[in-house]
Every structure is written in structure tokens, then in C-alpha cells.
Design a binder for this molecule. Structure first.
Ligand SMILES: Nc1nc2c(ncn2[C@@H]2O[C@H](COP(=O)(O)OP(=O)(O)OP(=O)(O)O)[C@@H](O)[C@H]2O)c(=O)[nH]1
Length: 387
């Protein structure tokens, strides 16, 4: 066997890999103020490092056999903390009481069997079965999150947890005394198992870093593409969505057909002048909320700037668009807007245009809708005009 495959060398590599990940995570968790469940992840790597070092020290000091199970307990704690870390990262309920109870029971069983005179292999096997179970529980929410949309870091983490689960259970079968023939217990086989666990540990750490990176990128994109006051898409967000939709439409049989309703509040300046900018902002926030509630998930509601909004409907003809715009306009006028200056009646002028010929540039469509909206203003406001 090559010298680098010696168990002692590999154990050291395993420890060093865990220390490396721990250091990266302590820094990351500190900087992120514990967001994304990073303290749980830090705990998971710390459990590996502490348990492994403590075990080596106890063996060196010749301490009683039951205490050597600390290494097995470390594996269970690490898997439990990874489970909590994944749940915290995904924003799920932690269920930390049942998870902690499960970890405690598994640790006690691991300790008790050796105290009762059973060989260390039994304790190791049982703790590996337990840790594998915790990995299976970790895999479940990851797979559910993947169903919502593809993500390379999530896939990597899910694959790592699945392989980790299988590795824990596979190893548990191998180390149970008498369960398999002794050929599986050679130093070479042990070294290969250890190599697999090192690879899984490193993959887990890197998958986590990629996950956090992806989450931060999503946050930055949201800041750039979402209007902070109303929570609606801004112009840049609209362009990005349409770019994606056009790319998808280019590969499908059906061309993208849009209808736009350009909406501008009437005499909004008076609200600002009479009641102040803060009340004006409250009106805009409420308008954003109503637009969001009004459009279907596939349609887009956008704040283009100031008090100018646009709603985009997909695969809707001009007549339907005019009808929908009229219902939208009436829904704004029907119920007063609640503000700090009391309930306020608000009306809007709306211009509607639809892409007669497929492929009309968005800019041209919005221009026609805008012209129709100004026509509505000229005709006396609070009405819908079709381009
Ligand atoms: N409170 C608040 N006001 C804004 C915001 N953005 C633009 N405004 C105001 O919106 C008002 C727009 O006024 P005008 O373009 O004259 O339009 P209007 O008073 O609604 O009159 P018509 O559109 O002709 O009916 C200006 O007073 C802007 O200061 C914002 O984010 N918050």
C-alpha cells in the first residue's frame, strides 16, 4: 500500500481538512453574523475536529475504552448539526428539540454498548447507522428545494448528503463485528473508506461555500432588479425577465405576445404637496401591493419610475387587455388607500397597447401604451384608452 494511504496519514488529512473548513466557516459565520445557519455548520466541523483530536489524545493517554467512543459521538453530532444547518439555510422550521434528543440518544447508545462490554466496532456501527439516518433527514429538504428550481450548489450538496448517507450505512455494515468476513477489515479497505469520508467532508464544505455564494448573488440581483419602495420589479428587472422570456420563446413554436397597460396616478403631486412625501410613499406602496395581488404569477407588474407603473400580460389579445386594464383601474378607485393622513381616494389613467404583430420591440410597445396613457390624461383622467 502506498505510504500516503496509511491510516495514520489519512486520519491526519481528515483532521486537517476539517480544521481548514472550520477556520473558513468561523470567519464566514462571523462576517455573515450567523445568517444562513452558518453557526450550525461551524459546529458540525468543530464536532469533527474536537472529537477526532480528543479521541487521539485519550488513546495516547491509555484512557478506558468507553471514552474512545468520543470519535463515534463526534460523527453523530456533526451529522445532526449539518441537518440543523441545512434546515436553517433553507429557512425551514428547525425541530431542534427532536433533533437534539435524537443526537443525545444515539451518543448515549454508542457509549453504553462499550460500557456494557461490547467491542468498539458495535458502538461505531450503531453510531454510523444513526449518522446515516441524520444524513437521510438532511437529504429530504434538499431534494424538495431542488424541485423548486435547478441549482448547481444545491445539487452538489444533495449528492454529497446522499453519498454520505450511503457511505455511513455501508461502513456501518462493514464494521459490525462478525457481520462480514475479515477481508473487508484489511487496512487497505479501511484506508479506502477513510479516503471516501475525506472526499465527502471536503465536498460538503465546498458545496456550502457555493450555496452561500449563490444566495448572496441572488440577494444582490434582487437589490438591483427590485424597486425597494414597492417591492415590484424595476425597469432593469423587467428587461432581464423579458430577455429570458424572449430567449425561451425563440426556441419554442409560439412567439411571445405581450399586452402592456401603462398606469399613472392622477394628481399625485397634490398628495405629496398636501400631505408630504411620506404619505405619497404610502400611496405608492399600497398601489404596488394592489398591482401584485391583481396580476397572475406569470404576468409582470413593474414600477418604471416615479408614479408610473406598467403591467404586462402574456398571450392576451387587445380586447381582453382593455377589459383587464379597466378592472384594474376600478379596483384602485373602489377602495380608499389607507395612509397616515387617513383614507385617500386615488385614481389612475391607463394606456393599453398590445403587440399586434409578434416581435414588436418592447420599447415600441411601451411607447404606444405611454401615448395612450397621455391621451387618457388629456381626455379627463381616471379612464382607460387603447392605443
Ligand atoms: N412620494 C413620492 N413621490 C414621488 C416619487 N417619485 C415621484 N414622485 C412625485 O410624483 C409627482 C408626479 O407629478 P406629476 O408628474 O406632475 O403628475 P401628477 O401630479 O400625478 O399629475 P397627472 O399625472 O398629470 O395627473 C411629483 O410630485 C414627484 O415628486 C416617490 O418615490 N415618492
Amino acid at each position: 500500500m502506498p505510504p500516503f494511504l496509511h491510516i495514520d496519514t489519512l486520519l491526519l488529512v481528515y483532521l486537517m481538512a476539517a480544521v481548514l473548513m472550520l477556520l473558513v466557516l468561523v470567519g464566514g459565520a462571523w462576517q455573515a453574523q450567523g445568517r444562513y445557519g452558518l453557526w450550525f455548520w461551524t459546529g458540525a466541523f468543530a464536532a469533527v475536529v474536537l472529537a477526532q483530536s480528543a479521541r487521539d489524545l485519550l488513546v495516547f493517554l491509555g484512557s478506558p475504552l468507553p471514552l474512545h467512543t468520543i470519535g463515534h459521538i463526534g460523527g453523530v453530532l456533526s451529522s445532526g448539526l449539518v441537518l440543523l444547518g441545512v434546515r436553517a439555510f433553507l429557512g425551514l422550521r428547525l425541530y431542534w428539540v427532536p433533533i437534539c434528543v435524537a443526537m443525545a440518544v444515539m451518543s448515549l447508545v454508542s457509549l453504553a454498548v462499550v460500557s456494557a462490554g461490547q467491542p468498539l466496532g458495535v458502538s461505531l456501527s450503531l453510531s454510523l447507522y444513526g449518522a446515516g439516518l441524520l444524513r437521510a433527514l438532511t437529504l429530504w429538504p434538499l431534494l424538495r428545494a431542488l424541485k423548486a428550481g435547478p441549482s448547481f450548489p444545491l445539487s452538489l450538496m444533495a449528492s454529497d448528503q446522499m453519498l454520505s448517507m450511503l457511505a455511513h450505512w455501508g461502513r456501518a455494515c462493514m464494521v459490525m463485528p462478525g457481520a462480514v468476513d475479515s477481508a473487508n477489515q484489511t487496512e487497505q479497505a479501511n484506508a479506502l473508506w477513510l479516503l471516501a469520508f475525506i472526499a465527502l467532508l471536503l465536498t460538503q464544505g465546498f458545496a456550502l461555500l457555493l450555496l452561500v455564494n449563490e444566495r448572496l448573488q441572488q440577494k444582490i440581483l434582487a437589490l438591483v432588479e427590485i424597486d425597494p419602495l414597492t417591492g415590484l420589479l424595476n425597469r432593469r428587472g423587467l428587461d432581464q425577465r423579458l430577455l429570458g422570456l424572449h430567449q425561451r420563446a425563440a426556441t419554442s413554436e409560439r412567439p411571445l405576445q405581450l399586452a402592456a397597460a401603462m398606469l399613472d396616478l392622477d394628481h399625485f403631486k397634490q398628495i405629496n404637496d398636501r400631505h408630504g412625501h411620506a404619505v405619497g410613499d404610502q400611496v405608492l406602496v399600497e398601489l404596488g401591493r394592489r398591482l401584485r395581488n391583481h396580476v397572475r404569477p406569470n404576468d409582470l407588474a413593474v414600477r418604471l419610475g416615479g408614479e408610473e407603473f406598467v403591467v404586462l400580460w402574456f398571450d392576451v389579445g387587445n380586447d381582453s387587455a382593455v377589459g383587464m386594464a379597466e378592472r384594474l383601474r376600478q379596483s384602485l378607485e373602489q377602495a380608499p388607500f389607507e395612509t397616515d393622513a387617513g383614507p385617500m381616494r386615488v385614481s389612475a389613467s391607463v394606456g393599453v397597447a398590445s403587440q399586434g404583430a409578434a416581435g414588436e420591440p418592447l420599447e415600441a410597445l411601451l411607447k404606444r401604451a405611454d401615448a395612450a396613457m397621455y391621451e387618457a390624461k388629456r381626455a379627463g383622467r381616471h379612464r382607460v384608452v387603447s392605443a
